[in-house]
Design a protein around this ligand. Structure first.
Ligand code: PEP
Ligand code: MG
Length: 590
């Protein structure tokens, strides 16, 4: 139902950060803050008992999940286990005859609303009460209440992985925030695009949107205050603009742009079977980055020569428990077979930071500074069972075609050695089980995405079989700019000389160690940077499948000698604006 338009039907143009190119035009679906995807409907008097029974079942389900989580704390260090134990106990108490339970039951009975909506309303009220308390400890309890509420709602909806599906077809999602896990639930056949108040271009929400080819604009300050569900909106993901209630000429212009983008897409599609070679016949390997197994079709259709980065963390999102070895193996096997003999680079889990997977426990979200905390390989080495399971699945998938293992956030040689020990142990165990494996243990590569790893690339190159430069994190950590924060998004600049020097140094170290090096951060998928990366010695690029044709087109225009000379000239510069001019000039004329 269309509520009264906040923009009073007058055209309103809002600017933000364009993160996934393309244009979406459709009715807005505004997601209220903190109430992601909670269905709300009335129930009849006769249905009240059923609704209460559903609520009771959700409580039981939540209790047993929390008990299971409590069981898992046993393997953790004592201090962590104790803290987590208290927290989970508090959550259990909230589910037993508490004000929360009574309040929800009353709302169902008196307000005649469905259980999800009743939980949502009750939780908001209790959390608000807590948050207003002057005592910081008590105020922080508001978060616990919200977590318990979210768990109840996940159990009530029973379809936590189907979110965003009850929307009108072709809707444009408008929200304060969309997490990477939320984005993984979006079906591009149903959703036209999305826009949010929070988020920057290089965060994983933006990356997912590009992978799914969903037009998206993030970081639009007044967005949710200016749009109502049902308003017609245009999302221009290229220039980062949202138009609310467009007038007729604006709508016509955007429809024409949509058509011309579609024509361009078809034209670029014709490049699919042409080789990615420079003008002087040097072959550049173009691979695809994948977050979800369902994207494989896009990678194959784009003519990817392999998967250069599989972000396995998305397999752990939007579910209560992590996938076991067999489930992981089956998904990976599907990908390996789908790629028909082309290599698949599987990165071990990179949760933490802004990528949260609640199936691994809520405690990961509690880091003092998530970007510098128990992220990626650090988590895997701490919870080695998790790593062993993943490695076992990768090794078994390797029996069906070439795979490579990639390690995220490495900063020391010791971490690589520890993983090698784990791999050797898992190989022994699988052989005892007589599991089918490839003859050779897959190559083990290292993401160069921490400045310290780039500077230590010579030493790391001695223990790694290949490097993959993650320019997203490398830029973030070098410049101290959160890649997902819209307030500093304009400062995120991979052309900063410090970032380029780290890329150059890593490429030279790989050359000295005689190991392959690729770039798999967002820089690899932007044709603006192609000549510079090739000029710095990189011969393999991995990107969202949608970017592949445009990058291939650019590769085919480049003369490697000229690109190398321009890269050298750029590396002599101290100012990123001057670097941008030199690069853009080269892109225009060479
Ligand atoms: C990177 O950091 O550049 C990268 C490719 O990894 P992710 O974006 O998944 O952190
Ligand atoms: Mg990274």
């Amino acid at each position: 139902m269309k509520s009264e338009s906040k923009s009073k039907e007058r055209q309103l143009v809002l600017d933000g950060v364009g993160v996934a190119p393309g244009i979406a035009i459709g009715p807005a679906h505004v997601v209220e803050s903190g109430a992601l995807n909670v269905p709300e409907y009335r129930v009849t008097k006769a249905e009240v008992a059923d609704e209460k029974a559903r609520f009771k079942a959700a409580i039981e389900g939540s209790r047993s999940q929390i008990e299971r989580l409590k069981g898992k704390t046993k393997g953790m260090p004592p201090a962590v286990a104790e803290d987590l134990g208290y927290l989970l106990e508090a959550h259990l108490q909230m589910l037993t005859g508490s004000r929360l339970v009574r309040g929800v039951e009353e709302r169902i009975a008196d307000g005649r609303i469905n259980a999800e909506a009743a939980v949502q309303a009750e939780i908001s009220e209790i959390a608000r009460g807590f948050a207003e308390l002057p005592d910081a400890y008590m105020a922080a309890r508001a978060q616990d209440v919200r977590e318990v509420g979210a768990r109840l709602i996940r159990n009530l909806t029973e379809t936590p992985y189907q979110a965003f599906q009850r929307l009108p077809e072709g809707a444009v999602i408008v929200a304060d925030e969309v997490t990477p896990a939320d984005t993984a639930l979006m079906d591009p056949k149903m959703i036209a695009g999305f826009a949010t108040v929070m988020g920057g271009a290089e965060g994983h929400t933006g990356i997912m949107a590009r992978s799914l080819e969903l037009p998206a604009v993030l970081g639009v300050p007044d967005l949710t205050r200016s749009v109502s569900s049902g308003d017609m909106v245009i999302v221009d993901g290229l220039i980062g603009r949202v138009v609310v209630n467009p007038d007729a000429p604006m709508l016509r212009r955007y429809k024409e742009r949509q058509n011309s983008l579609e024509r361009e897409r078809q034209r670029l599609g014709e490049l699919r079977d042409l080789p990615a070679v420079t003008r002087d016949e040097t072959h550049i390997e173009l691979h695809a980055n994948l977050e979800l197994p369902r994207e494989i079709e896009l990678a194959v259709n784009a003519g990817a020569e392999g998967i250069g980065l599989l972000r396995t963390e998305f397999m752990f999102m939007n579910r209560e428990t992590p996938p076991d070895e067999n489930e992981q193996y089956e998904s990976m096997r599907g990908l390996v077979e789908g790629m028909g003999g082309r290599p698949v680079t599987i990165r071990t889990l990179d949760v933490g930071g802004e990528k949260l997977a609640y199936s691994l426990g809520d405690h990961i979200a509690d880091a003092v500074n998530p970007a510098l905390g128990l992220r990626a390989i650090r988590l895997s080495l701490k919870q080695q069972r998790l790593l062993e399971t993943q490695i076992a699945a990768i090794l078994r998938a390797g029996a069906h075609g070439p795979v490579r293992i990639l390690l995220p956030m490495i900063s020391t040689v010791g971490e690589v050695r520890q993983v090698r020990d784990v791999v050797a142990k898992v190989v022994r165990r699988l052989k005892r089980r007589r599991a089918r494996l490839a003859k050779q243990v897959p190559p083990i590569g290292v993401m160069i995405e921490v400045p310290g790893a780039a500077l230590a690339a010579d030493a790391i190159g001695r223990v790694a079989d290949f490097f993959a430069i993650g320019t997203n994190d490398l830029t973030m950590y070098t410049l101290a700019i959160d890649r997902a924060d819209e307030q500093v998004a304009h400062l995120f600049n991979p052309l900063h000389p410090a970032v380029l020097r780290l890329i150059q140094f890593s490429a030279e170290a790989a050359f000295r160690a005689r190991i392959p090096i690729s770039v798999c951060g967002e820089m690899a998928g932007d044709p603006r940077y192609t000549a510079l990366l090739l000029g710095l010695g990189v011969r393999e690029l991995s990107m969202a499948a949608a970017n592949l044709p445009r990058v291939k087109q650019r590769v085919r225009q480049i003369d490697l000698m000229a690109a190398t000379q321009r890269a050298q000239m750029i590396m002599d510069q101290a100012d990123s604006r001057r670097i941008a001019v030199l690069l853009d000039d080269f892109n225009t004329f060479a």
